[in-house]
Every structure is written in structure tokens, then in C-alpha cells.
Design a protein around this ligand. Structure first.
Ligand SMILES: Cc1ncc(COP(=O)(O)O)c(C=O)c1O
Length: 364
């Protein structure tokens, strides 16, 4: 039997047990309304209050100033790959700039390219996406409409330690796989977005934080659903929003605030989890190979493989028999991956390191 507590999936993945328990109850009847959360109207006062609370919690957790709109969007992070250029680079004289540091940021370039001219300012593809660039080494056109990068490459397990220093080019980051895992300075960004299904809740909702100053760049004539101003104007309630996903997202934000103690606290926990797992992999360096170079290693996704491919299936079978799930690597690079999102506890990581030690004792 697989265990929720040992879910190392790349996403959708682990959610806090207390959130799952409240959600189970809410599917039958919300304590506040007596109705199932699945049947709550998006025009109800209850939902309006929920949207407000979820926004307020994100604002407080990350210290987001009022000049940033907090939007709850649909279409996943993938829709942002084309919506961002549509809104912010329409008819720009200079190409939009992209860092291509992994599977997902490469995809962002491919999906923006049919919409606007794009320029890749750094590409790690030929090196197999194992390291990240130095921000200082990149050259930008001062009139580029934006620079897009992904703070944490979910597939290859690469994570930027810092944001680039402020410059003339508006900075946009996809933080889908490390949002709320550590503090960051929102003031450096024109826009940050993250889908829910890693650290925030179930799939179905994507959070976008957009500096109000960016809205004046949006051209007229966009389809309303694809124009950020529609969602600002209607307070993320233009068409039917994913009520259930936002409900769970709000429970997760309360859990992070009240049970964990905020993003500074979770950052410490996440650092300990990652140190434990990388440490175990390094103890058995003859058996396991870590994908990322040390300076670029992600605290959220640990991508690794068995040096002997013949052991791969056996390792996964043993892990499943012990209740673990989600340890398969992404289909694009294969191997193994352990995702250490916020809801994966330290005891779960300890169990995983025991599994690695035990496997190594027999095969190392
Ligand atoms: C960093 C990152 N960006 C974008 C995506 C695509 O997200 P979605 O499936 O919500 O479109 C993923 C998927 O895992 C991701 O990890």
C-alpha cells in the first residue's frame, strides 16, 4: 500500500495531512455553510471571503505590497507561457528574453515563439541542463519587453539561489515548483507566477503576482480571458473560478502560517530535508549519480539515477513495496527524482535516506 506521507511526486504531490482532513470534511459539508465545497457558488459571500483571505494570506506570508495584484488564474503555468508575451510583448521592437535552463524554461521559449519574437540569453541544453548561469554574465537589450526565467527547474532539479539584480528589463519568473518554499524579494519582479500543484494545493489554479505598472503595457483587443486586466477588474471572478482548488490553497496557506510558522520556517525545514537527501546520495556515490552540479542543486527536486541502469527497476519496485511513490524521474530524462515540497515531512525524508542506505548495503 502506498502512503500519502511518502509521496515524493513531482506534482501533483504531497499535501499536509491536516489539510486533507479538513478537505474530506468540506467535501461533505463546510462547517461555515453546511454545503459541500464542491457545490458552493462562486458568487456566494462565502467564496468572496475565501478569495480575499487567500490573497491576504499570500500577501502576509511573502510580504507582497499592495501594488502587486494577486490573481487566481486557470490554464496552468503552461498558459502563462503564451499569455505573458501576448500581454507584455505585443508588437515590441526588441525580442522578449528567456533563460533556457531546463525542460520547462525551454518549453516556455517554444510556446512564446509563435506569439512574439524571442531571444534566448542563455541555454544549458547542450550541457544536458546540469548547471545554471551567473546572472552577471548575461547580456540584455535594455529595451527588451521582459526577461523570463524559471526559479526552480522541476525536471532536472536545478534552483537559482538568487534573483538577478534589478535592471531596465522587467523580470518575470515562473516559480511553480518553489513558490512558498523560501522567502524572496517580490520588489525585483514585474511578475511572478506559480501553479498550485506543488506547494499550494491541487491542480486547477495558478497564482500570478503582477506589478500594477505592467498593466499599462497590455494592448487592446486581446480575448478577455487572456487579458490580465479582465482578471484584475473582476477580482479573479470573471468566469467560474476553480472554487475547490482555491479552497484547498487557502487551507495550505493557513497551515504554512499557523502550523509551520511561515516561509522563513519552511525554508529551514526544506534546507534540512535537502541536506539529508543529498548527503545520503553522496555517501553512496558509487551507486547513485546526482544530475545537477553542486552549486545549482535544488532544495525542492532532487534528480538522480543509479549508475547501473540494470538496478533501476528493482529500486523502484522496492520503494513501492515500502510505501513510497513518485520516485520515477521525468519522462524527458528518466532516472529517479525525489520532490521535497513543503508538505513532505522530515520523517519521510529520513525514511527515504534509510531506503537508500539499505539498498546501497546490498548493491553498493
Ligand atoms: C516549473 C514549471 N513550469 C510550468 C509547468 C507546467 O505547468 P502546468 O502543467 O500547470 O501547465 C511545470 C509542470 O510541472 C513546471 O514544473
Amino acid at each position: 500500500m502506498l502512503s500519502n506521507l511518502l509521496n515524493f511526486s513531482g506534482g501533483p504531490g504531497a499535501l499536509p495531512v491536516s489539510v486533507l482532513e479538513q478537505t474530506r470534511q468540506a467535501i461533505i459539508a463546510l462547517p461555515e455553510t453546511g454545503l459541500s465545497v464542491l457545490g458552493m457558488s462562486h458568487r456566494s459571500d462565502w467564496f468572496k471571503a475565501l478569495l480575499q483571505e487567500a490573497q491576504d494570506n499570500i500577501r502576509v506570508l511573502l510580504g507582497v505590497p499592495e501594488r502587486y495584484h494577486i490573481l487566481f488564474l486557470q490554464g496552468g503555468s503552461s498558459l502563462q507561457f503564451s499569455m505573458i508575451p501576448m500581454n507584455f510583448a505585443h508588437r515590441a521592437a526588441v525580442p522578449a528574453e528567456f533563460v533556457s535552463s531546463g525542460y520547462w524554461s525551454r518549453k516556455a521559449v517554444t510556446e512564446a515563439a509563435p506569439v512574439v519574437p524571442v531571444r534566448t540569453v542563455w541555454d544549458g541544453y547542450d550541457e544536458g541542463f546540469r548547471r545554471l548561469p551567473d546572472w552577471a554574465s548575461l547580456e540584455h537589450h535594455p529595451e527588451a519587453p521582459f526577461l523570463h526565467y524559471i526559479s526552480n527547474e522541476t525536471v532536472e532539479g536545478l534552483q537559482f539561489r538568487d534573483a538577478p539584480l534589478p535592471g531596465p528589463v522587467p523580470l518575470i519568473a515562473d516559480m511553480s515548483s518553489d513558490f512558498l518554499s523560501r522567502p524572496f524579494d517580490i520588489g525585483r519582479y514585474a511578475m511572478v507566477y506559480a501553479h498550485a500543484q506543488k506547494n499550494l494545493g491541487p491542480a486547477g489554479v495558478t497564482l500570478a503576482l503582477i506589478d500594477d505598472a505592467m498593466l499599462s503595457r497590455i494592448p487592446g483587443g486581446l480575448p478577455p480571458m487572456l487579458d490580465y486586466r479582465t482578471h484584475v477588474k473582476h477580482g479573479s471572478n470573471y468566469n467560474t473560478p476553480p472554487v475547490f482548488s482555491i479552497y484547498v490553497l487557502n487551507l495550505v496557506s493557513r497551515w504554512l502560517r499557523d502550523e509551520i510558522g511561515g516561509v522563513d520556517a519552511i525554508e529551514q525545514i526544506n534546507a534540512r530535508k535537502a541536506a539529508a537527501l543529498y548527503g545520503a546520495l553522496e555517501r553512496h556515490v558509487n551507486l547513485f549519480e546526482i544530475h545537477a552540479e553542486p552549486e545549482a542543486r535544488s532544495l525542492m527536486n532532487v534528480a538522480f539515477r543509479l549508475r547501473d541502469p540494470a538496478l533501476h527497476d528493482g529500486f523502484l519496485a522496492e520503494s513501492r513495496a515500502a510505501g513510497f511513490s513518485g520516485l520515477e524521474g521525468h519522462r524527458s530524462i528518466g532516472g529517479l527524482r525525489a520532490s521535497l515540497y513543503n508538505a513532505v515531512g522530515e520523517p519521510a525524508v529520513a525514511r527515504l535516506t534509510e531506503l537508500l542506505d539499505d539498498f546501497a548495503a546490498r548493491h553498493g
